[in-house]
Design a protein around this ligand. Structure first.
Ligand code: ADP
Length: 174
């Protein structure tokens, strides 16, 4: 049974099979978590990203982790929030689902997610957390090989939201 964890901290420090990057459609780096991941992984990550030819919103692509403690980076592109009528919830759901499908194809067991779209892309934090949590739970029902998912919150606000969703426990087994 997969384990769900919530933690507060920097996703680039985690020793897991894959960390997920909240990238943009160019995959050529940006600010926020994307910038932090590229800085920590080193220039070879950008070189590999260049040959991927970008990524559509709601989709995901995988690269190696280079200097990161994580073996792989799964780059996914969250939707930019523009009021909720442009399919943003479904696209955000797709980010989590496609990232996990890629992880499963590669036989990865431990995956860490940031709070996709909730930074510069302005997706409301509560709604985004619910989508993240519910999508991951739904996917894990069939993806039996995945062992652990970590939701990495960068700051107290997201941490509180995720803690509540997990029933004020740090870990939940189901
Ligand atoms: P987006 O463009 O998808 O909104 P951002 O990088 O701006 O992406 O923000 C996504 C989330 O990543 C935000 O919750 C932000 O606080 C968080 N974040 C920024 N840096 C890090 C980091 N080093 N580790 C984990 N999360 C981070």
């Amino acid at each position: 049974m997969a384990q769900l964890e919530v933690m507060e901290g920097d996703i680039t420090k985690l020793t897991v099979d894959a960390i997920v990057n909240a990238a943009n459609t160019t995959l050529l780096g940006g600010g926020g978590v994307d910038g932090a991941i590229h800085r920590a992984a080193g220039p070879q990550l950008l070189e590999e990203c260049r040959i991927l030819g970008g990524c559509e919103t709601g989709e995901a692509k995988i690269t190696k982790g280079y200097r990161l403690p994580a073996k792989y980076v799964i780059h996914t592109v969250g939707p930019v929030w523009s009021g909720g009528k442009r399919n943003e919830p479904a696209l955000l759901k797709s980010c989590y689902k496609r990232s996990l499908e890629i992880a499963q194809e590669k036989d990865l067991k431990t995956i860490a997610f940031p709070c996709i779209s909730t930074g510069v892309y302005r997706f409301p934090k509560n709604q985004a957390a619910k989508i993240a949590f519910e999508t991951v739970k739904e996917c894990l029902k069939t993806m039996k090989e995945i062992e652990k998912i970590i939701f990495v919150c960068f700051g107290e606000e997201d941490y509180q939201i995720y803690q509540e969703l997990l029933g004020s426990k740090i870990e939940e087994h189901f």
